[in-house]
Every structure is written in structure tokens, then in C-alpha cells.
Write a protein that binds this ligand. Structure first.
Ligand SMILES: [Zn+2]
Length: 175
């Protein structure tokens, strides 16, 4: 089987043709062996040899998540994978629904769900009026004085402070 090394950091031998699963590779091997009237190893033996040989099915992983990849490599159970597929379909449908809703409702309301099959709830958006109502009272009626020593030290920094800002330091209320 032709193999090539496509990642320097990995010692795995990647199979050149793009297979989606080990079973596809096994099928290919079976056909190859049949054509040459060679004895055919069982699936289990094949998979064991495949793993022992440190082979891997190379595939651009952009479109597949780790679980899907693990399943293709025979590391994840059928049940886990089925559930994963179901959740993926549900998420895809929910996304389509959301997009549809977003384009339909032009009333400025934001509706949300925490669970896909629950009803929509309206998101309470805090408006400007409430923030005015809850304006906190200032703790002090005027700018607080800084200590005399602090004022003096700040004055001493003037040589390294741009001249146009000196006024700020002069106007600081102080003891
Ligand atoms: Zn997946």
C-alpha cells in the first residue's frame, strides 16, 4: 500500500488515497487479495495490523470533528456515534430555524431558547431609561483633596510631563 509522510512531527504512515474509514481500506484490501487469489485476513486481524503498523487514514479534518474522526478509526462505539449524529442534526435544524426567525421578525425583539425544544422567551434588554432611573448618587459633592505630600511629588514630576498637561497637576485640589 503506498504511504507517504505528510507531517514531520508524526511517525504515522498516512494512506495516500482518501478513505473515510478503516472498513473502506479493509474492503479495498479484500478486493486486492481476491483478485490475486490470496488468503484474506479477518476484519479484526486487519484492524489490529493496521494499528500495529501505525497507519492512519489521512483526511483534511476541517469538516470533521474529533468524535467523527475517532469513529472512522474504529475507536468510538456505534451508539455514541449515532447519538452524536442526532445531536448534530438537531443543532443544524435549530440553526436553520434561528436564521429563519431572525430574518422574519423585524420587531426588534430578541427571542432565545436555552433548550432547543422549549418555547421562545423574550430577552429583556436594558434600555437607556432604566439606567437613568438607577443613576447612583455621588459619594462626594466635590472632587476630593489629595494629600499635600502627593501634590508635591506630582509637582516634582513636571520636568518629565508634557507642558500642556501641567495645568491638570496644578489644579488638583490638595491639602
Ligand atoms: Zn462529529
Amino acid at each position: 500500500m503506498p504511504a507517504h509522510y505528510c507531517r514531520k512531527s508524526s511517525s504515522k504512515k498516512y494512506i495516500e488515497r482518501s478513505f473515510n474509514s478503516k472498513m473502506e481500506v479493509y474492503q479495498e484490501y479484500k478486493n486486492w487479495s481476491k483478485g490475486r487469489q490470496l488468503p484474506i485476513a479477518s476484519r479484526q486481524v486487519f484492524v489490529d495490523e493496521f494499528d500495529a503498523g501505525d497507519f492512519a487514514i489521512f483526511r483534511p479534518r476541517k469538516d470533521q470533528c474529533d468524535l467523527c474522526v475517532s469513529y472512522a478509526e474504529g475507536k468510538v462505539s456505534e451508539a455514541t456515534y449515532t447519538l452524536h449524529r442526532l445531536q448534530k442534526d438537531m443543532a443544524q435544524k435549530a440553526k436553520e430555524d434561528d436564521k429563519k426567525r431572525a430574518s422574519e421578525s423585524g420587531d426588534g425583539c430578541i427571542l432565545f431558547k436555552l433548550v432547543h425544544d422549549e418555547d421562545w422567551k423574550e430577552l429583556i434588554v436594558r434600555g437607556n431609561s432604566t439606567s437613568i432611573k438607577h443613576q447612583p448618587k455621588p459619594l462626594f459633592s466635590s472632587q476630593r483633596q489629595i494629600a499635600a505630600a502627593k501634590f508635591k511629588h506630582l509637582q516634582e514630576l513636571k520636568p518629565v510631563i508634557p507642558k500642556d498637561i501641567h495645568g491638570f497637576y496644578d489644579s488638583l485640589p490638595h491639602e
